[in-house]
Design a protein around this ligand. Structure first.
Ligand code: AMP
Length: 213
């Protein structure tokens, strides 16, 4: 499959993307994961991106488009891909439109995950992530806690709260989403490629998406 997943922070994009990859072997391309890896490795990209990310701001479009232009030409993309967290602005969506034309890629459709705001806030403040970059399993202190001593069940690394998941950063990320990313819903609707899915239970959402493929 070749799809884009849109949704507010905490809408479950990453979880849904992982389940869809398990289903047909497509790969998940998360610009957030790529950027966090660059920050950890202290690359030039990471140094440029860190300040924006810690504040909950978007990283400039030009950096993101450079990352995606290279990433979409990697051979593993032939298996199919799920874009998670990209595009995030109308500018990026316009850039992606040009890019897929140039690379001769056909997208199946754009998934929009719809989740009530109170569910989103609750999910984000209770979310924890495995600190092992190779694992990054997602936990939730209410519904899917890590081990009693705060370790990842899969790899045993400490499970942490991300820097951009403090209450202040979350509020800002949601404002940024409303201002800059929510307009993409109208953009893809007018292109005729948008499909809306309620996303309270990730497994049910995935089943609904599979039916549309
Ligand atoms: P995410 O894990 O998708 O929530 O991304 C974490 C952070 O990385 C965001 O808050 C942004 O600072 C940055 N980021 C990820 N994807 C993008 C993008 N497509 N455009 C701009 N910034 C991004």
């Amino acid at each position: 499959m070749k799809i884009i997943i849109l949704g507010a922070p905490g809408a479950g994009k990453g979880t849904v993307a992982k389940l869809l990859c398990d289903f047909d072997g497509s790969i998940q391309i998360s610009t957030g994961d790529i950027l966090r890896a660059a920050v950890r490795a202290e690359t030039e990209l990471g140094k440029k991106a860190k300040g924006y990310m810690d504040r909950g701001d978007l990283v400039p479009d030009s950096l993101i488009m450079d990352i995606m232009e290279a990433r979409l030409q990697e051979p593993d993309c032939d298996k199919g891909f799920i874009l998670d967290g990209f595009p995030r602005t109308i500018n990026q969506a316009e850039g992606l439109k040009e890019l897929i034309k140039k690379l001769n890629i056909n997208l199946d459709f754009v998934v929009n995950l719809e989740v009530p705001r109170d569910v989103i806030l609750d999910r984000l403040t209770t979310r924890r992530t495995c600190s092992n970059p190779e694992c990054q399993e997602i936990y939730n202190i209410k519904s899917k806690p890590p081990t009693a001593d705060g370790k990842c069940e899969k790899c045993g690394s400490p499970v942490i709260q991300r820097d951009d998941e403090t209450e202040e950063a979350i509020t800002y990320r949601l404002e940024t989403y409303n201002e800059k990313t929510a307009p993409l819903i109208g953009f893809y609707e007018s292109e005729g490629s948008l499909k809306n899915f309620a996303s309270v239970d990730s497994k049910e959402t995935v089943e609904a998406i599979k039916k549309e493929l």
